[in-house]
Design a protein around this ligand. Structure first.
Ligand SMILES: [Zn+2]
Ligand SMILES: [Zn+2]
Length: 531
């Protein structure tokens, strides 16, 4: 088994990993770095070709976010006959995201002639044509000798952890995971039924512990209500897929339940098309929201003003200028890191007035304007798409993360109990912190972009003693229990007898001592002098 990260190893972006297993070359995700342009945004597809030549057998996509899918058109250009699988919501949403990406690339090429689009509409169409959707929670065999299972991962609608079974071994690729239930995606389901040899795990918040979700949602709703009350406008720059939908629903339900007063909500950017797509994918939403849609006979996101519900309106470009009128309102618009899209257009004007506010709600890339905005003081300058402005408005950050935090990640690892873990999709500090939490129970391998690892071979730096300890953590023995008039007999086969731990702790003993610890029965060898 060999693993090569072509992108997305010690970074959040361009997730694209090659798994070579059972004689097959499998690509896990094919993403881009969303804040970079041109070749810099891409995973190392030359390296891919260098390693596998013409033989790519399978591509598996965890979810639709561009950091996992944006390079798919290029992969399919090079490997036009490869099979590609994802869930149905992922396919539907991906169609919108890729078409929008092409539009932006074409626009940028028009504005700056040195910029060449990475791909065009035909290439995107090819992706949509080749993509096969597959249901959640069912094993299937996309190519000979490889069985695949898409396990609900929380995170966003359609997101899956990908489980792979082959004769050479088993692998789980987490994709992006969230264990806490959101309004548009239930939390990741416990995956204790699949214990892979290798787990490739995201580490976005490997060094963080999230604030309570409900508290954070209330804090955001209250803060927006306060700005509205003082006559200001709130801009919430949001990722078009996932976060924006969550925020609309948080505000709608806070208003509906009377926690905050009613105010108009405007939605702009790609968020609009994604919200529309959710309408067709209602069956993939959590039960609570599904029932609300059914009973209220409302669309999931849009509605006219009613007694209890705020007006939620899709903006068209000609209406944008109207958002600078002094009427209080909330605008939810992509992009989430202020790196492009209408959110930049609004921020440039709204940020200069202390009455207004910009509230950030998601991961801010190290080099993004959103990160810079979070770090600066009132009155500091900020450059947004080549234009410098002075930031006078209120700025705050709310943690509505759609990623598991350190504790939640460790919990998922303990359910799957893999022997080896490769940490990816995180900044260096997050990966190192998470690594320290996992090393005593698993072999944790650091990954570097472009470096090939053999995950099932014992690394030179690990001592036999540590390896034995880790192996002990992985081992479970199943036996039988017999009771009769004489007493109890536990019977295990020879695999227990042959384990290093048995040899170390039980060999030579003829008597044992047992003690209950809750529902566990702890047994140890009893020496001749012990009572
Ligand atoms: Zn994601
Ligand atoms: Zn991601």
């Amino acid at each position: 088994m060999q693993f090569t990260a072509l992108g997305g190893a010690a970074e959040v972006g361009a997730s694209c990993m090659l798994l070579q297993i059972a004689g097959k070359n499998i690509l896990l995700d094919a993403g881009i770095r969303v804040n970079r342009r041109g070749d810099e945004s891409l995973p190392d597809l030359n390296k891919l070709e260098e390693i596998i030549g013409d033989d790519l057998h399978l591509v598996l996509i965890s979810h639709a976010h561009l950091d996992h899918t944006g390079a798919l058109p290029l992969v399919l250009k090079r490997y036009p006959t490869v099979k590609v699988y994802c869930t149905l919501p992922t396919k539907r949403i991906l169609e919108i995201l890729l078409e929008d990406t092409v539009k932006i690339m074409e626009q940028e090429a028009e504005e700056d002639k040195s910029e060449v689009p990475l791909y065009n509409r035909e290439m995107v169409e090819r992706v949509l044509w080749v993509l096969q959707d597959t249901p959640f929670s069912r094993w299937f065999q996309p190519i000979e000798g490889v069985e695949v299972y898409f396990h609900p991962a929380g995170h966003v609608m359609g997101a899956a952890c990908i489980f792979i079974k082959t004769a050479e071994g088993t692998v789980a690729y987490s994709g992006d995971i969230a264990t806490v239930a959101q309004r548009t995606a239930s939390g990741m389901e416990k995956a204790d039924f699949f214990q892979p040899d290798l787990l490739i795990l995201e580490s976005t918040y490997g060094d963080g512990v999230h604030a309570n979700r409900k508290t954070e949602e209330q804090r955001l709703a209250q803060a927006i209500a306060q700005v509205i009350e003082r006559g200001g406008t709130v801009l919430v720059p949001s990722f078009a897929f996932g976060r924006a939908q969550e925020i609309i629903l948080i505000l709608k339900s806070s208003i509906l339940s009377g926690v905050i007063p009613k105010f108009p909500i405007f939605v702009d950017g790609m968020v609009r098309a994604i919200c529309d797509a959710y309408t067709d994918l209602v069956e993939y939403l959590p039960e609570k929201l599904r029932n609300w849609v059914k009973n209220s006979r409302q669309l999931v996101f849009w509605n006219r003003p009613s007694k209890n519900l705020p007006e939620v309106t899709k903006l068209v470009p000609t209406e944008r200028i109207m958002m600078f009128n002094p009427k209080p309102k909330c605008i939810i618009s992509s992009s989430g890191m202020l790196s492009g899209g209408p959110s930049v257009y609004y921020a440039r004007v709204l940020a200069t007035d202390p009455k207004n506010a910009i509230f950030l709600t998601g991961y801010q890339d190290e080099e993004s304007p959103g990160r810079r905005l979070m770090e600066l003081q009132t009155g500091d300058p900020l450059v947004l798409e080549d234009k410098e402005i002075t930031v006078e408005c209120e700025v705050n950050k709310y943690n509505l993360s759609a990623h598991a935090d350190q504790i939640q990640l460790c919990q998922q690892v303990s359910y799957m109990n893999p022997k080896t873990v490769i940490l990816v999709h995180g900044e260096w500090h997050a990966i190192q912190t998470l690594r320290r939490k996992l090393v005593l129970k698993h072999i944790v391998l650091p990954a570097q972009n472009g470096e090939t690892i053999e995950p099932t071979r014992q690394p030179e730096w690990i001592s036999d003693y540590t390896l034995q300890k880790i192996e002990a953590e992985q081992l479970t023995f199943y036996g039988t229990l017999e009771t009769n008039d004489e007493g109890i007999t536990f019977r295990f086969d020879k695999t227990l007898l042959n384990s290093a731990q048995w040899k170390q702790f039980f060999e030579g003993y003829t008597e044992v001592k047992a003690k209950f610890m809750g529902k566990w029965l702890h047994v140890r060898g009893l020496g001749p002098d012990e009572g």
